[in-house]
Ligand binder design. Sequence first.
Ligand code: AP5
Ligand code: ZN
Length: 216
Amino acid sequence: MNLILLGPPGAGKGTQAKMIVEKYGIPQISTGDILREAVAKGTELGRKAKEYMDRGELVPDEVVIGIVRERLSQPDCEKGFILDGFPRTVRQAEALDEMLDEMGRKIDAVISIEVPEEEIVKRIVYRRICKQCGAVYNLIYNPPKVDGKCDKCGGELYQRDDDKEEVVRERYRVYKEQTEPLKEYYRRTGVLYEVDGTKSIEEVFNEIDSILQKIS
Ligand code: AP5
Ligand code: ZN
């Protein structure tokens, strides 16, 4: 199963991707996570990407396209994959189509998680992430059992550099302008599914899961 998770920042793409990984055993490919890892390691890619990320802007297409091309060629993607945060522009979607064509594969479903702007700001400002295992929490909606510590591994929780309100609003603006048009792009090929992302994490997952059962 080859999936794309679409939706504004804070819609719950990462949260749902992890639940799909657990149930279906296909890998999550998050361009945001890959870029943040490069930033943390202080590589050349990381230094370049950080400037864009801190402003809430998109990293140049050719950079992320290269990352995804290399990741999709790895053996664990043979059984399928979940793209989380890619594609984000029409150029990226076209490049992905070319890559998949070359591989003789196609996208089975694009799941667009719909959440309005005000809810997004609330979710992101209260988001905390485990430094060690990447588990995602929310101080209001999905708090850890012990303050500042991950339930799963005891790791320390941190807040992303781009999770400040003014940067979140810019990321949302960029989403509306550059990424939302992709819904039309995928609607045309009949693979787009829209999901109400304002419901609880479990309810959203059940809705996604019923789509996945239908298509698999
Ligand atoms: P990226 O890391 O992809 O960030 P994003 O798209 O802004 O998405 P988020 O990770 O913020 O949100 P999410 O939808 O995964 O939500 P989550 O599950 O965490 O990108 C960051 C930056 O990298 C970009 O700005 C750009 O610069 C660069 N970049 C990345 N990919 C790129 C690309 N392809 N091209 C160019 N540049 C790229 O949930 C959010 C919070 O809400 C959490 O606290 C969670 O616990 C909570 N929550 C989740 N679901 C629910 C629910 N149903 N109810 C209540 N709370 C919920
Ligand atoms: Zn953890």
